[in-house]
Design a binder for this molecule. Structure first.
Ligand SMILES: NC(=O)C1=CN([C@@H]2O[C@H](COP(=O)(O)OP(=O)(O)OC[C@H]3O[C@@H](n4cnc5c(N)ncnc54)[C@H](O)[C@@H]3O)[C@@H](O)[C@H]2O)C=CC1
Ligand SMILES: Nc1nc(O)c(N)c(N[C@@H]2O[C@H](COP(=O)(O)O)[C@@H](O)[C@H]2O)n1
Length: 235
């Protein structure tokens, strides 16, 4: 069993998650409330280390009232333990899981030093390091481990590199995106799904539209991922 994964982003009409200079103001206030409602409905929120380094997000419920003082678990996918110790995701507002590799490109002695530093934070019992794969985090293995930790649902909040990793391995179940009526442009601006990309139509992910509605100045689109992708693409 793997957790149910909902992928959400706020993107421009040209699929950008930020400008080339990392201006990420895409969603309006109502859309951010919609995102925080999803945060409330899931067991965990997952991002890549690129997003932590660029945005320093809190990844808590703070745009709508928090009930029972219970934030979802925060998961940071971080192969080489680049997470700064003063990152907001390491504060005491919620539990944080750092998913890293057994052996990465990082010198083992350096990695051990970083683990020791993070373990000092573990004394406040809200940070846990889990290991899956080598060189980069094995996302399929990670999903199995998270499932065993009783994480049944995850909101995947990007960025483009991690989104690719999750789509490539067919680990996403549902997509909800806010599309702002803006064009950011720029081949170096992150898009919804970056990475290597699928090579042919036969390989790509197919989606089924389930709902769409206006929000702020943009539109929200909701899709299920078609799981019989290969069959679909060969018809
Ligand atoms: N508008 C929006 O809704 C959002 C915008 N963003 C933007 O996206 C940008 C960050 O995106 P990225 O730089 O692409 O970073 P990212 O957040 O996708 O993190 C990528 C990192 O994840 C790690 N990783 C480990 N194993 C992996 C695997 N198997 N597959 C993929 N990644 C793996 C790698 O260290 C990789 O560098 C920022 O500019 C941020 O502002 C991020 C989230 C939401
Ligand atoms: N849905 C959405 N719309 C935007 O316009 C955004 N810039 C983002 N960014 C994501 O939200 C994180 C910030 O979370 P906190 O408010 O700090 O809890 C950011 O890191 C992106 O993952 N999302």
């Amino acid at each position: 069993m793997k957790p149910y994964v909902i992928s959400n982003v706020g993107m421009t009409l040209d699929g950008k998650l930020s400008t080339v200079e990392n201006d990420t103001r895409i969603s309006g206030e109502n859309d951010l409330k919609r995102v925080h409602q999803i945060r409330k409905d899931v067991d965990a929120i997952m991002v890549g280390i690129g997003t932590v380094l660029k945005d320093n997000p809190k990844l808590t419920i703070h745009k709508i009232p928090l009930e029972n003082n219970k934030n979802p678990v925060r998961i940071v996918v971080d192969s080489n333990l680049r997470i700064p110790l003063d990152s907001r995701v390491l504060n005491e507002d919620a539990k944080t899981v750092i998913a890293t590799t057994e052996y990465g490109s990082l010198e083992q002695s350096e990695k051990i030093k970083r683990i020791e530093k993070i373990k000092e934070l573990e004394s406040i019992e809200n940070v846990e390091i889990i290991y899956s794969g080598n060189l980069k985090v094995d996302l399929e293995l990670l999903m199995g481990k998270l499932s065993k930790m009783d994480i049944k649902s995850i909101l995947l909040e990007g960025g483009g590199t991690l989104n690719w990793g999750m789509f490539e391995k067919n680990l996403v179940d549902e997509v909800r995106v806010y599309v702002a009526p803006k064009i950011f442009g720029g081949s170096n601006a992150p898009t919804y799904v970056d990475g290597d990309g699928f090579k042919t139509l036969e390989d790509c992910v197919n989606l089924e539209l389930i709902d769409y509605y206006q929000m702020d100045e943009g539109i929200v689109l909701e899709y299920f991922i078609k799981k019989d992708n290969n069959q679909e693409n060969q018809e």
